[in-house]
Ligand binder design. Structure first.
Ligand code: ADP
Length: 390
């Protein structure tokens, strides 16, 4: 069994997973860390337990995780620990066994992901203290996009500046895109190495990836996760000229403007109602003008991105919908496929309605459009098991 840890700025998600089957013997979440409401919940054999955390730090949360693993008699079955790491910088292009030098290199990526990296690093350090005898493996969100060619990953700014300051499109959600691409190949009954896929991971954050023969050749998130699609609270693509303009108009510094674009924009900002797609769909059905506009903009931007990825791919064998929205919103999927009918997609309405809450399937009777449930933790467990066995 593999212990998978996803240590965020105020939460720790964890799971004990069988890497061969993807079955979990324990999943859990410690959240609201650093606040008085900090709590932890576990699910084992369908039974859920929850408790408040007296020590509300990440260390306190990890202590509680280890205590729970001991109590559930799972600790001795764990062979390795897999860590989800948001940013691997330009250096890491695959999952990597963590040693002192690797940890140092992960630390050097911190300026590239100041919100996430410190928690990721803390997660590794605390887990290593608790489980020093086990191999620890880092699985990077950025790694899958490492091979995006230069003409697609560079920004058109002076080349020397890009080189000196590690400026490039890094892309994110790599673990999810990689997982669903492999699943798509299975569903299509073809080798991944012969497929041209477009993967749309649509959760609170969202990104599209163009995947040719198993390799990511372009993706919509960039140097940071702000670029690309309209998301729950992120604007996605925006004219950089707006930054100083908004700063002056709203009397905000750069951090304030970026905060506005990351946290108050997207579906939330346009609808003036919610960042939650489900809520917006309900409101739109009741005629809420903001919700209707926000969803229309969301679908339009998404369809434009998908269509543009025909350029790097040359053709499309399948489009993949995943993430909370991609897996559960027949409404948005239908709108996207209808806009993209010229690419050969033909909405199968019954299949679209049926692919919901964990049910995957092909929702197009033309070029395949696959609804696939992502499972990043399982892929982290698979990579970890493979590397630990070497
Ligand atoms: P995160 O990026 O935080 O992991 P998720 O992948 O869980 O997010 O996706 C969250 C999004 O999925 C929310 O916008 C939520 O409204 C949407 N979602 C979940 N279920 C449905 C549904 N039945 N219909 C429409 N949207 C849904």
């Amino acid at each position: 069994m593999i212990l998978v840890i996803n240590c965020g700025s105020s939460s720790v998600k964890f799971a004990v997973i069988n890497p061969a089957s993807g079955e979990t013997s324990l999943v859990g979440l410690a959240e609201k860390l650093g606040s008085v409401d900090a709590c932890i919940s576990f699910k084992t054999n369908g039974v859920k337990t929850a408790a408040t955390l007296s020590d509300t730090t990440h260390t306190g949360a990890m202590n509680a995780v280890i205590a729970q693993l001991t109590q559930a008699d799972l600790l001795s079955s764990i062979r390795a620990v897999g860590h989800r790491i948001v940013h691997g910088g330009a250096h890491f292009h695959e999952s990597t066994l963590i040693n002192a030098a690797v940890l140092e290199q992960i630390k050097q990526c911190e300026p590239l992901a100041p919100l996430h990296a410190p928690a990721n690093i803390l997660g590794i350090q605390i887990a290593q203290q608790h489980l020093p005898q086990l191999p620890h493996v880092a699985v990077f969100d950025t790694a899958f996009h490492h091979n995006i060619p230069e003409h697609a990953h560079l920004y058109a700014i002076p080349k020397a500046i890009s080189a000196a300051h590690q400026v490039r499109r890094y892309g994110f959600h790599g673990t999810s895109h990689r997982f669903v691409a492999a699943q798509a190949a299975q569903m299509l009954g073809k080798p991944l190495t012969e497929l041209a896929l477009i993967s749309a991971h649509l959760g609170n954050g969202g990104s599209v990836a163009a995947i040719l023969n198993g390799v990511s050749v372009d993706t919509s998130m960039g140097f940071t996760p702000l670029e690309g699609l309209i998301m729950g609270t992120r604007s996605g693509d925006i004219d950089a000229g707006l930054l100083p303009y908004l700063g002056k108009a709203l009397n905000l510094d750069t951090t304030g403007v970026i905060d506005l674009l990351n946290k108050q924009s997207g579906l939330l900002g346009v609808s003036e109602l919610s960042n939650d797609c489900r809520e917006l769909e309900e409101a739109a059905a009741n005629g809420h003008a903001g919700a209707i506009l926000a969803l229309e903009m969301y679908v339009y931007r998404l369809a434009k991105y998908i269509a543009s990825y025909v350029v790097p791919l040359g053709r499309v064998d399948a489009l993949i919908f995943t993430g909370g929205i991609g897996e559960n919103s027949p409404f948005l999927r239908a709108k996207v496929l209808n806009l993209l009918a010229f690419l050969g997609f033909k909405l199968d309405d019954a299949a679209n309605q049926a692919a919901f809450r964990g049910k995957s399937g092909n929702i197009s009777s033309g070029v395949a459009a696959l609804v696939i449930n992502t499972d990043e933790e399982w892929l982290i467990a698979q990579d970890t098991a493979l590397i630990a066995a070497q």
